[in-house]
Design a protein around this ligand. Structure first.
Ligand code: NAD
Length: 443
Protein backbone atom coordinates (compact mmCIF):
# COMPACT_ATOMS: atom_id res chain seq x y z
CA UNK A 1 0.00 0.00 0.00
CA UNK A 2 3.08 2.19 -0.21
CA UNK A 3 2.14 4.02 -3.40
CA UNK A 4 -1.52 4.36 -2.73
CA UNK A 5 -1.37 7.78 -1.05
CA UNK A 6 0.72 9.10 -3.92
CA UNK A 7 -1.92 7.77 -6.32
CA UNK A 8 -4.61 9.67 -4.39
CA UNK A 9 -2.54 12.85 -4.47
CA UNK A 10 -1.83 12.73 -8.19
CA UNK A 11 -5.34 11.40 -8.98
CA UNK A 12 -4.06 8.26 -10.68
CA UNK A 13 -5.82 5.93 -8.24
CA UNK A 14 -8.56 3.79 -9.73
CA UNK A 15 -11.68 3.47 -7.56
CA UNK A 16 -14.09 0.54 -7.78
CA UNK A 17 -17.64 0.66 -6.41
CA UNK A 18 -19.61 -2.56 -5.84
CA UNK A 19 -23.38 -2.04 -5.95
CA UNK A 20 -24.72 0.83 -8.05
CA UNK A 21 -27.93 1.67 -6.20
CA UNK A 22 -29.10 4.69 -4.20
CA UNK A 23 -25.69 4.83 -2.47
CA UNK A 24 -23.24 3.41 -5.00
CA UNK A 25 -24.24 5.39 -8.08
CA UNK A 26 -24.06 8.91 -6.53
CA UNK A 27 -20.76 7.88 -4.88
CA UNK A 28 -19.41 6.67 -8.25
CA UNK A 29 -20.35 10.02 -9.80
CA UNK A 30 -18.51 11.90 -7.04
CA UNK A 31 -15.37 9.80 -7.58
CA UNK A 32 -15.63 9.99 -11.38
CA UNK A 33 -15.09 13.75 -11.22
CA UNK A 34 -11.52 13.13 -10.01
CA UNK A 35 -10.59 9.48 -10.50
CA UNK A 36 -11.08 6.69 -12.99
CA UNK A 37 -13.98 4.77 -11.46
CA UNK A 38 -15.26 1.29 -12.14
CA UNK A 39 -18.83 0.55 -11.10
CA UNK A 40 -19.59 -3.15 -10.68
CA UNK A 41 -23.12 -4.52 -10.21
CA UNK A 42 -24.68 -7.97 -10.62
CA UNK A 43 -27.91 -6.45 -11.98
CA UNK A 44 -27.36 -6.69 -15.72
CA UNK A 45 -30.14 -4.34 -16.81
CA UNK A 46 -28.75 -1.60 -14.60
CA UNK A 47 -25.33 -1.92 -16.26
CA UNK A 48 -26.87 -1.86 -19.75
CA UNK A 49 -28.88 1.25 -18.90
CA UNK A 50 -25.93 3.01 -17.28
CA UNK A 51 -23.71 2.28 -20.29
CA UNK A 52 -26.29 3.92 -22.54
CA UNK A 53 -26.41 6.97 -20.25
CA UNK A 54 -29.70 6.17 -18.52
CA UNK A 55 -29.73 6.58 -14.75
CA UNK A 56 -32.10 4.61 -12.50
CA UNK A 57 -31.47 6.86 -9.49
CA UNK A 58 -33.43 10.15 -9.25
CA UNK A 59 -30.53 11.99 -7.57
CA UNK A 60 -28.24 11.23 -10.53
CA UNK A 61 -29.59 12.86 -13.67
CA UNK A 62 -28.99 11.33 -17.11
CA UNK A 63 -27.03 14.48 -17.93
CA UNK A 64 -24.63 14.00 -15.00
CA UNK A 65 -24.21 10.32 -15.81
CA UNK A 66 -23.55 11.03 -19.50
CA UNK A 67 -20.77 13.44 -18.55
CA UNK A 68 -18.72 10.63 -16.96
CA UNK A 69 -19.97 7.31 -18.31
CA UNK A 70 -17.64 5.49 -20.72
CA UNK A 71 -15.13 8.20 -19.88
CA UNK A 72 -13.96 8.30 -16.25
CA UNK A 73 -16.84 6.03 -15.17
CA UNK A 74 -17.02 2.46 -16.46
CA UNK A 75 -20.07 0.44 -15.40
CA UNK A 76 -19.51 -3.32 -15.65
CA UNK A 77 -20.86 -6.70 -14.65
CA UNK A 78 -17.42 -8.25 -15.09
CA UNK A 79 -15.71 -8.67 -11.68
CA UNK A 80 -12.31 -9.10 -13.38
CA UNK A 81 -12.30 -5.34 -13.97
CA UNK A 82 -12.02 -4.82 -10.22
CA UNK A 83 -8.47 -6.15 -10.48
CA UNK A 84 -7.48 -2.76 -11.88
CA UNK A 85 -8.78 -0.89 -8.86
CA UNK A 86 -6.64 0.50 -6.06
CA UNK A 87 -9.71 1.01 -3.89
CA UNK A 88 -12.86 -1.12 -3.85
CA UNK A 89 -15.87 0.25 -1.99
CA UNK A 90 -18.77 -2.04 -1.06
CA UNK A 91 -22.26 -0.47 -1.29
CA UNK A 92 -24.56 -3.51 -1.37
CA UNK A 93 -27.88 -3.92 0.49
CA UNK A 94 -28.12 -4.98 4.13
CA UNK A 95 -31.72 -6.15 4.57
CA UNK A 96 -33.28 -8.33 7.26
CA UNK A 97 -34.09 -12.02 7.09
CA UNK A 98 -37.65 -13.33 7.60
CA UNK A 99 -36.70 -13.70 11.28
CA UNK A 100 -35.83 -9.97 11.39
CA UNK A 101 -32.13 -10.70 11.78
CA UNK A 102 -29.29 -9.09 9.80
CA UNK A 103 -28.97 -10.54 6.30
CA UNK A 104 -25.27 -10.18 5.49
CA UNK A 105 -25.46 -12.39 2.40
CA UNK A 106 -24.89 -9.42 0.03
CA UNK A 107 -21.84 -8.23 1.99
CA UNK A 108 -20.47 -11.78 2.02
CA UNK A 109 -21.09 -12.24 -1.67
CA UNK A 110 -19.43 -8.88 -2.53
CA UNK A 111 -16.48 -9.82 -0.29
CA UNK A 112 -16.14 -13.14 -2.13
CA UNK A 113 -16.16 -11.28 -5.44
CA UNK A 114 -13.33 -9.09 -4.15
CA UNK A 115 -11.47 -12.15 -2.84
CA UNK A 116 -11.58 -13.62 -6.35
CA UNK A 117 -9.60 -10.64 -7.72
CA UNK A 118 -7.73 -9.43 -4.63
CA UNK A 119 -4.07 -8.57 -5.13
CA UNK A 120 -1.38 -6.98 -2.99
CA UNK A 121 -1.72 -3.21 -2.58
CA UNK A 122 -5.50 -2.96 -2.83
CA UNK A 123 -7.61 -1.16 -0.27
CA UNK A 124 -11.16 -2.29 0.58
CA UNK A 125 -13.82 -0.10 2.21
CA UNK A 126 -17.22 -1.26 3.42
CA UNK A 127 -19.95 1.40 3.24
CA UNK A 128 -23.08 -0.74 3.69
CA UNK A 129 -24.85 -0.05 6.98
CA UNK A 130 -24.31 -2.90 9.44
CA UNK A 131 -23.68 -3.75 13.09
CA UNK A 132 -20.35 -2.96 14.79
CA UNK A 133 -17.86 -5.74 14.12
CA UNK A 134 -18.89 -6.68 10.56
CA UNK A 135 -15.78 -5.35 8.80
CA UNK A 136 -13.38 -7.28 11.00
CA UNK A 137 -15.47 -10.37 11.68
CA UNK A 138 -17.20 -10.93 8.34
CA UNK A 139 -15.34 -9.11 5.54
CA UNK A 140 -11.76 -9.57 6.78
CA UNK A 141 -11.83 -13.40 7.09
CA UNK A 142 -13.25 -13.76 3.56
CA UNK A 143 -10.49 -11.53 2.16
CA UNK A 144 -7.77 -13.26 4.19
CA UNK A 145 -9.09 -16.59 2.84
CA UNK A 146 -7.03 -15.69 -0.23
CA UNK A 147 -3.81 -16.07 1.75
CA UNK A 148 -3.18 -12.31 1.67
CA UNK A 149 -2.85 -10.56 5.01
CA UNK A 150 -4.88 -7.51 6.05
CA UNK A 151 -2.81 -4.39 6.92
CA UNK A 152 0.24 -6.01 5.26
CA UNK A 153 -0.96 -6.97 1.77
CA UNK A 154 -4.25 -5.10 1.58
CA UNK A 155 -5.99 -2.35 3.55
CA UNK A 156 -9.46 -2.46 5.10
CA UNK A 157 -11.72 0.24 6.54
CA UNK A 158 -15.34 1.09 7.18
CA UNK A 159 -16.99 4.36 6.23
CA UNK A 160 -20.74 4.78 6.74
CA UNK A 161 -22.81 6.19 3.94
CA UNK A 162 -25.03 9.10 4.98
CA UNK A 163 -26.68 9.94 1.70
CA UNK A 164 -30.21 11.31 2.03
CA UNK A 165 -32.06 10.58 -1.24
CA UNK A 166 -34.00 13.59 -2.50
CA UNK A 167 -32.03 16.03 -0.32
CA UNK A 168 -31.07 18.94 -2.56
CA UNK A 169 -29.07 20.72 0.15
CA UNK A 170 -26.49 18.03 0.94
CA UNK A 171 -24.64 16.07 -1.74
CA UNK A 172 -21.99 13.34 -1.43
CA UNK A 173 -19.33 16.05 -1.39
CA UNK A 174 -20.92 18.30 1.23
CA UNK A 175 -22.04 15.60 3.68
CA UNK A 176 -19.29 15.03 6.26
CA UNK A 177 -17.90 11.50 6.12
CA UNK A 178 -16.68 9.30 8.99
CA UNK A 179 -13.85 6.77 8.52
CA UNK A 180 -12.33 4.07 10.69
CA UNK A 181 -9.76 1.52 9.56
CA UNK A 182 -8.73 -1.80 11.05
CA UNK A 183 -5.49 -0.10 12.12
CA UNK A 184 -4.20 3.48 12.17
CA UNK A 185 -2.58 3.27 8.77
CA UNK A 186 -5.85 2.05 7.21
CA UNK A 187 -7.74 4.90 8.88
CA UNK A 188 -5.24 7.39 7.43
CA UNK A 189 -5.45 5.96 3.91
CA UNK A 190 -9.27 5.86 3.90
CA UNK A 191 -9.24 9.42 5.26
CA UNK A 192 -6.93 10.55 2.44
CA UNK A 193 -9.15 9.00 -0.22
CA UNK A 194 -12.41 10.56 0.97
CA UNK A 195 -10.75 13.87 1.83
CA UNK A 196 -9.78 14.16 -1.83
CA UNK A 197 -13.46 14.40 -2.85
CA UNK A 198 -15.45 15.33 0.30
CA UNK A 199 -15.38 18.67 2.16
CA UNK A 200 -15.09 17.25 5.66
CA UNK A 201 -13.88 13.82 6.81
CA UNK A 202 -13.81 12.68 10.44
CA UNK A 203 -11.44 9.95 11.65
CA UNK A 204 -12.55 7.61 14.42
CA UNK A 205 -10.57 5.07 16.39
CA UNK A 206 -11.34 1.96 14.36
CA UNK A 207 -13.74 0.26 11.97
CA UNK A 208 -16.19 -0.87 14.63
CA UNK A 209 -16.48 2.67 16.00
CA UNK A 210 -17.31 3.90 12.48
CA UNK A 211 -19.90 1.12 12.15
CA UNK A 212 -21.42 2.16 15.49
CA UNK A 213 -21.62 5.81 14.37
CA UNK A 214 -23.99 4.98 11.53
CA UNK A 215 -26.16 2.68 13.63
CA UNK A 216 -26.42 5.35 16.35
CA UNK A 217 -27.49 7.99 13.82
CA UNK A 218 -30.33 5.83 12.59
CA UNK A 219 -31.39 4.60 16.03
CA UNK A 220 -31.44 8.23 17.17
CA UNK A 221 -33.98 9.01 14.44
CA UNK A 222 -35.96 5.86 15.10
CA UNK A 223 -36.26 6.54 18.84
CA UNK A 224 -37.09 10.23 18.45
CA UNK A 225 -39.71 9.54 15.79
CA UNK A 226 -41.21 6.90 18.10
CA UNK A 227 -41.31 9.47 20.91
CA UNK A 228 -43.27 12.00 18.84
CA UNK A 229 -45.50 9.23 17.50
CA UNK A 230 -46.36 8.24 21.05
CA UNK A 231 -46.97 11.87 21.97
CA UNK A 232 -49.13 12.27 18.85
CA UNK A 233 -51.36 9.41 20.02
CA UNK A 234 -51.72 11.10 23.42
CA UNK A 235 -52.27 14.61 22.03
CA UNK A 236 -54.96 13.33 19.67
CA UNK A 237 -56.96 12.35 22.77
CA UNK A 238 -56.16 15.62 24.55
CA UNK A 239 -57.32 17.84 21.72
CA UNK A 240 -53.82 19.19 21.06
CA UNK A 241 -52.24 19.59 17.62
CA UNK A 242 -48.85 17.81 17.85
CA UNK A 243 -47.42 19.75 14.90
CA UNK A 244 -48.21 23.06 16.52
CA UNK A 245 -46.56 21.88 19.75
CA UNK A 246 -43.40 20.73 17.99
CA UNK A 247 -43.12 23.85 15.87
CA UNK A 248 -43.51 26.05 18.94
CA UNK A 249 -41.05 23.90 20.94
CA UNK A 250 -38.56 24.33 18.08
CA UNK A 251 -38.38 28.04 18.90
CA UNK A 252 -36.11 27.05 21.80
CA UNK A 253 -32.67 27.80 20.40
CA UNK A 254 -30.87 24.99 22.23
CA UNK A 255 -31.54 21.50 23.58
CA UNK A 256 -34.47 20.64 21.30
CA UNK A 257 -34.58 19.06 17.87
CA UNK A 258 -37.87 18.69 15.98
CA UNK A 259 -39.17 15.29 14.84
CA UNK A 260 -42.65 14.83 13.42
CA UNK A 261 -45.24 12.08 13.72
CA UNK A 262 -46.46 10.01 10.79
CA UNK A 263 -47.77 6.64 9.65
CA UNK A 264 -44.51 4.83 10.49
CA UNK A 265 -41.04 4.89 9.02
CA UNK A 266 -39.70 3.44 5.80
CA UNK A 267 -36.65 3.18 3.57
CA UNK A 268 -33.71 0.83 3.57
CA UNK A 269 -32.13 2.23 6.76
CA UNK A 270 -34.10 3.56 9.71
CA UNK A 271 -36.64 0.72 10.09
CA UNK A 272 -33.95 -1.98 9.63
CA UNK A 273 -30.84 -0.73 11.38
CA UNK A 274 -32.21 -0.91 14.95
CA UNK A 275 -32.67 -4.65 14.35
CA UNK A 276 -28.98 -4.89 13.43
CA UNK A 277 -28.02 -3.26 16.71
CA UNK A 278 -30.55 -5.21 18.68
CA UNK A 279 -29.26 -8.52 17.23
CA UNK A 280 -25.70 -7.57 18.04
CA UNK A 281 -26.52 -6.32 21.56
CA UNK A 282 -28.20 -9.66 22.36
CA UNK A 283 -24.98 -11.45 21.37
CA UNK A 284 -23.42 -9.52 24.25
CA UNK A 285 -26.23 -10.52 26.61
CA UNK A 286 -28.00 -7.17 26.52
CA UNK A 287 -31.71 -6.74 25.70
CA UNK A 288 -32.04 -3.26 24.13
CA UNK A 289 -35.51 -2.35 25.42
CA UNK A 290 -35.48 1.27 24.28
CA UNK A 291 -34.61 0.34 20.68
CA UNK A 292 -37.17 -2.45 20.44
CA UNK A 293 -40.01 -0.42 21.99
CA UNK A 294 -39.42 2.40 19.49
CA UNK A 295 -39.72 -0.08 16.63
CA UNK A 296 -43.03 -1.34 18.03
CA UNK A 297 -44.46 2.18 18.42
CA UNK A 298 -43.43 3.20 14.91
CA UNK A 299 -44.92 -0.01 13.53
CA UNK A 300 -48.19 0.58 15.35
CA UNK A 301 -48.66 3.92 13.54
CA UNK A 302 -49.69 2.03 10.36
CA UNK A 303 -52.46 0.31 12.33
CA UNK A 304 -53.41 3.68 13.81
CA UNK A 305 -53.75 5.04 10.27
CA UNK A 306 -56.12 2.14 9.48
CA UNK A 307 -58.08 2.92 12.65
CA UNK A 308 -58.46 6.53 11.49
CA UNK A 309 -59.81 5.31 8.15
CA UNK A 310 -62.34 3.12 9.97
CA UNK A 311 -63.31 6.05 12.20
CA UNK A 312 -63.66 8.43 9.24
CA UNK A 313 -65.80 6.00 7.27
CA UNK A 314 -68.07 5.42 10.27
CA UNK A 315 -68.85 9.16 10.20
CA UNK A 316 -70.52 8.59 6.82
CA UNK A 317 -72.06 5.28 7.92
CA UNK A 318 -69.58 3.18 5.99
CA UNK A 319 -67.04 0.60 7.01
CA UNK A 320 -63.72 -0.36 5.46
CA UNK A 321 -65.34 -3.56 4.19
CA UNK A 322 -66.85 -2.75 0.80
CA UNK A 323 -65.45 0.80 0.61
CA UNK A 324 -63.19 2.20 -2.07
CA UNK A 325 -60.08 3.73 -0.53
CA UNK A 326 -57.46 5.80 -2.37
CA UNK A 327 -53.92 5.58 -0.97
CA UNK A 328 -51.86 8.68 -1.83
CA UNK A 329 -48.10 8.22 -1.73
CA UNK A 330 -46.24 4.95 -2.20
CA UNK A 331 -42.71 6.27 -1.54
CA UNK A 332 -41.52 6.09 2.07
CA UNK A 333 -40.80 9.80 2.13
CA UNK A 334 -41.54 12.92 0.15
CA UNK A 335 -40.33 13.71 -3.36
CA UNK A 336 -38.56 10.39 -4.01
CA UNK A 337 -39.52 7.12 -5.73
CA UNK A 338 -38.17 4.61 -3.17
CA UNK A 339 -40.95 2.35 -1.81
CA UNK A 340 -38.78 0.06 0.31
CA UNK A 341 -40.36 -0.55 3.74
CA UNK A 342 -42.87 2.21 2.97
CA UNK A 343 -45.77 2.42 5.46
CA UNK A 344 -48.05 2.26 2.41
CA UNK A 345 -47.21 -1.43 2.01
CA UNK A 346 -48.78 -2.44 5.31
CA UNK A 347 -51.65 0.06 4.94
CA UNK A 348 -52.58 -1.35 1.51
CA UNK A 349 -52.31 -4.94 2.76
CA UNK A 350 -54.50 -4.23 5.80
CA UNK A 351 -57.12 -2.37 3.78
CA UNK A 352 -57.40 -5.20 1.25
CA UNK A 353 -57.49 -7.82 4.02
CA UNK A 354 -60.34 -5.87 5.64
CA UNK A 355 -62.30 -5.94 2.38
CA UNK A 356 -61.60 -2.52 0.85
CA UNK A 357 -61.17 -1.87 -2.84
CA UNK A 358 -57.81 -0.02 -2.98
CA UNK A 359 -56.53 2.39 -5.62
CA UNK A 360 -53.08 3.95 -5.30
CA UNK A 361 -51.38 7.03 -6.66
CA UNK A 362 -47.84 8.40 -6.49
CA UNK A 363 -46.27 11.03 -8.77
CA UNK A 364 -42.79 9.45 -8.37
CA UNK A 365 -43.22 5.71 -7.73
CA UNK A 366 -45.13 3.82 -10.42
CA UNK A 367 -45.84 0.72 -8.34
CA UNK A 368 -45.40 -0.91 -4.96
CA UNK A 369 -44.84 -4.55 -3.99
CA UNK A 370 -46.93 -5.99 -1.17
CA UNK A 371 -47.48 -9.50 0.19
CA UNK A 372 -50.80 -9.55 -1.68
CA UNK A 373 -49.35 -8.48 -5.03
CA UNK A 374 -48.07 -5.47 -6.86
CA UNK A 375 -50.16 -2.28 -6.91
CA UNK A 376 -49.76 0.17 -9.79
CA UNK A 377 -50.23 3.90 -9.46
CA UNK A 378 -53.23 5.32 -11.34
CA UNK A 379 -52.10 7.65 -14.09
CA UNK A 380 -53.71 10.68 -12.46
CA UNK A 381 -54.83 11.64 -9.00
CA UNK A 382 -58.34 12.17 -10.40
CA UNK A 383 -58.54 8.52 -11.48
CA UNK A 384 -57.45 7.38 -8.04
CA UNK A 385 -60.03 9.53 -6.29
CA UNK A 386 -62.97 8.91 -8.65
CA UNK A 387 -65.86 7.34 -6.69
CA UNK A 388 -63.69 6.63 -3.66
CA UNK A 389 -65.19 6.70 -0.17
CA UNK A 390 -62.01 7.74 1.58
CA UNK A 391 -58.55 9.05 0.74
CA UNK A 392 -55.48 8.59 2.92
CA UNK A 393 -52.36 10.72 2.40
CA UNK A 394 -49.43 8.60 3.55
CA UNK A 395 -46.59 10.65 2.00
CA UNK A 396 -46.20 14.44 1.94
CA UNK A 397 -44.89 14.93 -1.60
CA UNK A 398 -44.67 18.67 -2.32
CA UNK A 399 -47.19 18.26 -5.15
CA UNK A 400 -49.76 16.93 -2.63
CA UNK A 401 -49.49 20.16 -0.65
CA UNK A 402 -50.54 22.09 -3.74
CA UNK A 403 -53.67 20.03 -4.47
CA UNK A 404 -57.05 21.69 -4.79
CA UNK A 405 -58.75 19.20 -2.50
CA UNK A 406 -62.01 21.12 -2.60
CA UNK A 407 -62.36 20.33 -6.31
CA UNK A 408 -60.92 16.82 -6.00
CA UNK A 409 -63.38 15.91 -3.24
CA UNK A 410 -66.19 16.42 -5.76
CA UNK A 411 -64.95 13.26 -7.53
CA UNK A 412 -65.32 11.19 -4.38
CA UNK A 413 -68.44 9.38 -3.17
CA UNK A 414 -67.70 10.59 0.35
CA UNK A 415 -65.12 13.25 1.21
CA UNK A 416 -63.35 11.37 3.99
CA UNK A 417 -59.74 12.61 4.19
CA UNK A 418 -57.13 10.93 6.39
CA UNK A 419 -54.02 13.07 6.71
CA UNK A 420 -50.93 11.30 8.06
CA UNK A 421 -48.49 14.13 7.31
CA UNK A 422 -50.04 17.43 8.37
CA UNK A 423 -51.08 18.39 4.84
CA UNK A 424 -53.93 20.30 6.49
CA UNK A 425 -56.48 20.35 3.68
CA UNK A 426 -59.37 22.63 4.51
CA UNK A 427 -62.47 21.34 2.76
CA UNK A 428 -65.84 22.43 4.05
CA UNK A 429 -68.15 19.53 4.95
CA UNK A 430 -65.36 16.97 4.54
CA UNK A 431 -64.50 14.48 7.27
CA UNK A 432 -60.88 15.26 8.08
CA UNK A 433 -58.88 13.10 10.48
CA UNK A 434 -55.17 13.47 10.95
CA UNK A 435 -52.38 11.72 12.81
CA UNK A 436 -51.34 13.85 15.77
CA UNK A 437 -54.26 16.24 15.35
CA UNK A 438 -56.21 17.33 18.42
CA UNK A 439 -59.67 15.70 18.46
CA UNK A 440 -58.46 13.81 15.42
CA UNK A 441 -58.66 17.01 13.41
CA UNK A 442 -62.46 16.92 13.22
CA UNK A 443 -63.83 19.89 11.31
N1 NAD B 1 -30.66 4.25 0.39
C1 NAD B 1 -30.24 5.06 1.35
O1 NAD B 1 -30.78 6.13 1.57
C2 NAD B 1 -29.04 4.70 2.21
C3 NAD B 1 -28.44 5.70 2.96
C4 NAD B 1 -27.33 5.39 3.74
C5 NAD B 1 -26.86 4.08 3.77
N2 NAD B 1 -27.49 3.11 3.03
C6 NAD B 1 -26.91 1.76 3.09
O2 NAD B 1 -26.16 1.54 1.90
C7 NAD B 1 -26.28 0.18 1.48
C8 NAD B 1 -26.79 0.10 0.04
O3 NAD B 1 -28.10 0.63 0.02
P1 NAD B 1 -28.79 1.12 -1.34
O4 NAD B 1 -29.99 1.88 -0.91
O5 NAD B 1 -27.80 1.79 -2.23
O6 NAD B 1 -29.22 -0.27 -1.97
P2 NAD B 1 -29.76 -0.52 -3.46
O7 NAD B 1 -30.63 -1.73 -3.37
O8 NAD B 1 -30.32 0.74 -4.02
O9 NAD B 1 -28.46 -0.86 -4.31
C9 NAD B 1 -27.68 -1.97 -4.08
C10 NAD B 1 -27.09 -2.44 -5.40
O10 NAD B 1 -26.19 -3.50 -5.09
C11 NAD B 1 -26.29 -4.49 -6.11
N3 NAD B 1 -25.77 -5.74 -5.57
C12 NAD B 1 -26.34 -6.60 -4.71
N4 NAD B 1 -25.51 -7.60 -4.43
C13 NAD B 1 -24.39 -7.40 -5.16
C14 NAD B 1 -23.18 -8.11 -5.29
N5 NAD B 1 -22.93 -9.23 -4.61
N6 NAD B 1 -22.25 -7.64 -6.16
C15 NAD B 1 -22.48 -6.50 -6.86
N7 NAD B 1 -23.61 -5.78 -6.77
C16 NAD B 1 -24.56 -6.23 -5.91
C17 NAD B 1 -27.77 -4.50 -6.46
O11 NAD B 1 -27.97 -5.05 -7.76
C18 NAD B 1 -28.11 -3.00 -6.37
O12 NAD B 1 -27.96 -2.35 -7.62
C19 NAD B 1 -27.18 -0.50 2.50
O13 NAD B 1 -26.40 -1.09 3.50
C20 NAD B 1 -27.95 0.65 3.10
O14 NAD B 1 -28.39 0.39 4.42
C21 NAD B 1 -28.54 3.40 2.23
Amino acid sequence: MKNIREKIRNKTACVGVIGLGYVGLPLSMAFSKHFNTIGYDVYEQCITNLKSGKSHILDVTDLTLQKYVNNSFIPTKDPEQLKNCDFIIICVPTPLTEQLEPDLSYIKSASKTIASVLRKGQFIILESTTYPGTTEEVVLPILEGTGLKATVDFGLAYSPERIDPGNKQYSVETTPKVVGGINDECTEIAFALYESIIDKVIKVNDAKTAEAVKIVENIFRNVNIALVNELALIFEKMGIDTWEVINAASSKPYGFMPFYPGPGIGGHCIPLDPFYMSYRAKKFGFIPRFIETSGEINDFMKIHAINLIEKGLLKVNKRIYGSQVAVMGLAYKKNIDDTRESPSVKIIEELVNLGADVKVYDPYASSIKTKIGKFYSEATIEEALKESDCVIFVTDHNSFRELNMKELCKLMNYPVIIDCKNLNFCVENAIHLGIGKGNNGMQ
